[in-house]
Every structure is written in C-alpha cells, then in structure tokens.
Design a protein around this ligand. Structure first.
Ligand code: NI
Length: 137
C-alpha cells in the first residue's frame, strides 16, 4: 500500500463523503479505491491474459415484435452468455441480466448486438477482469 495526497475541490469531496455515508464505506480511502477499481476494470479486463467476465443488463419490451426471439438468436450466435436471469418487471417490460465470458472484444460485440435492438433500453455492460484476484488490493 502506498499513501498519496490528492487535491480535490470542496464540492467533489462532499460528494465522496455522501457516497461513503450512503454505501457505508469505513473511510474515504476505501471509497476512492473502489472508484478507481471501477474506472480501471475495463482496461484491466482488456489487458489481462485469457477470457474476462462481464454482465450485461438491459430492459426490453417483450411486446416489440419478434424481439425476444432475436435476442435469443443473438445469444446463440455469439456464444458468450453463460447464464441469464430474467425478471418480469411490469406488464410490458422484462429485465434481463446475462453473465458473459469471453474476450473483451466478443463481450463488447455481444453487448452492441443486444443494446442496439429496437425495444431494448438501459443496456449496460460491466467488464470484470478475469484472472487476478481483487482481494487484499
Ligand atoms: Ni418477462
């Protein structure tokens, strides 16, 4: 562990303190470490050897014509989705969370194929470095 000193304006620091309060971080340092980890995760996933993991979450309207069928088709074509969670959130909308495994490029391509479909909203890909353990960082 190294100690660094950073300069931060009052508003931003107030935001950090609110984040600590809301999420229950024991210290500002822990909050900042998590923010940096989050920011670096896509780069580290891309740099690391072997496959990475990710989650793709999105909401879609199952009443959009053939959308569910097309989404399932994309899953089969890309072969990166290893698990899926489906929740009916309202009469029209479904929330889907797919756990993905593969190269960063294949995960991004899959996410693009899904989230650009008409009727898909709030698509968000979260890349997670595959190889190294985050414990004790
Ligand atoms: Ni549903």
């Amino acid at each position: 562990m190294q100690r660094i000193t950073i300069t931060i304006d009052d508003d931003l620091l107030a935001g950090v303190d609110r984040l600590c309060e809301r999420r229950g971080y024991a210290s500002r340092s822990e909050a900042v470490r998590d923010l940096v980890r989050d920011a670096l995760a896509p780069d580290r996933a891309a740099e690391g050897p072997g496959p990475c993991y990710g989650t793709l979450s999105y909401v879609y309207s199952h009443s959009t014509r053939d959308l569910a069928k097309r989404l399932t088709g994309s899953s089969h074509d890309h072969g990166v989705a290893v698990a899926n969670l489906h929740v009916h959130v309202s009469h029209d909308d479904c929330l889907e969370v797919a756990v993905l495994r593969g190269s960063v490029e294949s995960l991004r391509a899959y996410a693009d194929a899904i989230t650009t479909q008409r009727g898909v909203r709030y698509g968000r890909l979260h890349l997670i470095p595959g190889k190294d353990h985050a414990h004790g960082e």
